[in-house]
Ligand binder design. Sequence first.
Ligand SMILES: Cc1cc2nc3c(=O)[nH]c(=O)nc-3n(C[C@H](O)[C@H](O)[C@H](O)COP(=O)(O)OP(=O)(O)OC[C@H]3O[C@@H](n4cnc5c(N)ncnc54)[C@H](O)[C@@H]3O)c2cc1C
Length: 806
Amino acid sequence: MSRLPSHARIVIVGGGAIGTSIAYHLAKMGEKDVLVLEKNQLTAGSTWHAAGLMGQLRSKVNLTRLMQYSADLCARIGAETGQDVGWKNVGSLRLAASDARWEELKRAHTAARSYGFDMELVGPDEVRRLFPLVDTAGLRGATWIASDGHVDPYSLTHAYAKGARAGGVRIVEGVTVTGFAISDRRLTAVKTTDGDVGCEVVVNAAGLWARQLGELAGINLPVTVLEHEYFVTEKSPAVPDDLPTLRDPDANFYVKPEPGAMAIGGWEKAARAAHGLGRLPMTFGQELFPDDLDRISEVIEGAASRIPILGRLGVRSVVNGPIPISADGEPVMGLAGDYENFFVACGFTSGIAASGGAGRAMANWIVEGDPGMDLWAFDLRRFGHPHGGLAYLRDSAIEAYSKYYAIAWPEEERSACRPLRRSALYQTLTAQGAVNGVKFGWERPNYFLRPGEARPPLETFERAPHAGVIGREHRLVREGVAMIDQSSFTKFEVSGPGALAWLQWLAAANVDRSETAVVYTQLLNRRGGIEADLTIMRRGEARFHVVTGSAFGTRDGGWLRRHLPRDGSVAVQDVTGAYGVINLCGPLAREALARVSEDDVSNAAFPYMTGREIRIGWAPAFAARVTYVGELGWELHVPTEYMAYVYQVLRAAGAPFGIADVGYKAISSLRMEKRYLYWGADITPDDTPLEAGLGFAVAMKKGDFQGRDALAAQQERGVTRRLACFRLDDPLPVYGGEAMSAEGRAIGMTTSGDYGHSIGAALVFGYLKAEDMGLREIEVEAFGRRSRATLVDRCAYDPEGKRLRM
Ligand SMILES: Cc1cc2nc3c(=O)[nH]c(=O)nc-3n(C[C@H](O)[C@H](O)[C@H](O)COP(=O)(O)OP(=O)(O)OC[C@H]3O[C@@H](n4cnc5c(N)ncnc54)[C@H](O)[C@@H]3O)c2cc1C
C-alpha cells in the first residue's frame, strides 16, 4: 500500500528547516490537510551541516522583523513541542576595524533604533570583556545584539516537524517528487516515486534542489548552489564557555562558539560553484565536499590575526557543504511564474536564521494571499529572464557570496555578468562618457563624464564626489533640454475587446478617458496596498501601452496576467525589447522637437498627459507627454530599430539649445523635488494611495475596482499614517533608510533621500504615524550626523505643476 494519500490540499516538497517551518506555521493557521515530502530524511539537504548562527539585523525593517520572529520562536518552540532545539541566547558582536565599517554600523544602529530593535554600540574594551579572546588592536567598535544567539539546526527542524505533526501535518520521508500534473495555470498533482498525489497547492522548499524542482514545472528559478566551509577548532580550556557569536566583516569571518572550541567560517573571495555549474545531482545525499582549507585561507588568516589563540589551536573538523544561493544572495519567495498555486521558498544562505519568519510569511501567503508584510527584497519577482541561466547564476551568486560581508557602499554597482542588456544607444552613450549602473540586467547611464573628468570614487558614503556632475545634469533638465535613455522601462501591450473594462477594474485611476489619454495609476491588492505603480498610455480604442519600472517587469507582468479574464478578451504582451525610450525633457524640449517633427507639438495640440503617434524626422514614435523629472517633456517610445536615428536627429535639433545626455542619478534628484514616488521604497503593498498622498490618482467615483472597498473604509476612518517630505538644513548624504526623530524620540525611517540641486537642499520622504502627523519639524540622522528637517507642503519644486503644462 502506498504511504501517500491520493490527495492533499497543500504539498510541501522538502524537509529542511524551511519546508518544515512552513508546515508548522500552516498547521498553526489551522491547515490540517498538509503533506511534506522529503526524498531522503529530514534535514538531509543543507540544513544538517549548518553552523546554526542566528543573526537578526538586516538592511530593512521587515527583513529584520522576519528574523526577529525566528529568534523568538527558537526561544519557545522547545518548550512547546518537547523537542529541545539547543537555543543559546549568547548575543552577537559585529566588529568594525575601519572608519568606513564603523560608519556603516552606526548607520545600522540608528536605523534599528528608529523601529525599536534593541542593539548597542560598544567600544573595544567592552568587546574584550564580552569576547576575551579578541585582539582589539585597530578596532573602532562593534555592535552588540543581546537577543542574538545560535541554535542546533537539526533539532530545530525536528521541532518544526513535531509541531506540524501535532497540528495534523503528514510528513513522509524517502519519497522523491519527480514531476507535476499541470492544467492551465495550476499544478493539479505531484508525481512521486511512490505514486501521484492530487493537490491544490504546491510549495517548493527543495533547498539545494529547488531549481530542479522548478524545472519540472517549466520554471527556471534564479537559484544555484555554492560550496561553503567552516572548521571547528580543537577544544581548549583557554576558550571560555560563555562566548557570544562574533562577526568580523572586515576580516571576512564569523565565529560560532562550541563547547570549549570555536567554529569559524567566512565568505571567501575564491568562492566555488558546487559541481562546476552549481547544479547538484539528485542522487547527492547527506554529503559534504572534500575539505578545502586552502580556499578559505584568507578567512583563516583574518580570523587568526583577530583571535590570536587560533594560531595555537589545531583543526578538529571541517565542514565543506553545499549552500543554496540566489543571483543576488537573498532568498527567493513567492508564487512562481504565472502559476496560481506553485509557491517557492528557496535560495536561503541563512535559512536557519530565517526559517521561523520565512515559514510564517509563506504560510500567510498560501492561506491569506500575501506574506503579511512587504517582502520585496526576498520576492521571486525581483528576478526575470536575464537571471535564469546557470552560467549567469554561477557568476552573479559568486559575486554576491564573496561580497556578503563587504561594505554596502550606496553608490556601488554590481560588476558580475555585465554588460548584458544594452539599449540601442549603448555604444553611442558609452562613447559619450556614460558611467553605467545596472538594473535588471540593463546597462543604464548613471551620469556622463566630459573628456578629462575623472571617474569619482564609489567607495564612499558621501554624495559629494560626483555631486557636481549630477548637479550639472539636473540643471540641464530644469533650464535647457536633455535626453535620457530610458529604454530599460518595462512595457506591456494590453489589447482586446475586454481591455478597457479590465484595466478599469484593475487600476485605481480612471482609465476610460479619451483615446489619447496617458494615465498615472496604481494597481491595488484587496487591502488597498499598492502592488504596482505605472503609466497606462492609450493607443486606440482597445489598445494600451503600459509602462513600468525596469525592475518590475516580472512582478507587474505577473500581476496583470494573473488577473486576466479567462474568456480570452484581453491579451498582455511584454514589448520591452521592441521599443527604446528617449525622454526628451526640459523647458526647451518643445523647441527641439518641433524642429524635427512634422506633427504639431504645441501645448494646445499636444497637452500634458496625452500621447500620440508622431514622426521624428523620417521615423515613427509613440510620444507621451509625461516625465519622471517634473518638466515639460515627452517620453518617446521608439521602435528599437529607429532608436539610433531618432537620437541623432534629436541631438542635431537640440544642438542650438545645448542639448546633452543625462543619467539616472539626476532623475533621482529631480524626482525627489517633485515628490514623485518610487515603488519598492516609498510605496509598497503595505501602503495605500491615501497614505502615500496619491489620493489625486484614485477615482473613487468611477465604479468598482480592486481595492476600492478597502480605500473607502480607510477614507471613512481616516489614515493612521501618511507619507511626508522633509527638507534638511544640512546637506547630509541621504539615500533612504535614515532614522527620523522628533522631540527626542524615534518616529520612523526615511523611505528615500537625495539632494535636490534646484532647491539646494537634501530631501527625504518618510511615513509619519497618526500621532506625528502634525509635526512640521523633525531630525534626520545619517551616518551619525543629525540635521533639522522641516516639512515640505506638497512638493519642493513647482508645486502648482505649471512647468509640466507649459
Ligand atoms: C557550511 C554551512 C554552514 C551554514 N551555516 C548557517 C548558519 O550558521 N546559519 C544559517 O542560518 N544558515 C546557515 N547555512 C545555510 C543553511 O544551511 C541553509 O540556508 C538552510 O539549510 C536551507 O534550508 P532549506 O530547507 O531551504 O534547504 P535544504 O536543507 O536543502 O532542504 C531541502 C530538502 O528538500 C529535499 N528535496 C529536494 N528535492 C526534493 C524532491 N524532488 N523530492 C523530495 N524532496 C526533495 C532535500 O532532500 C532536502 O532535505 C549554512 C550552510 C552551510 C553549507
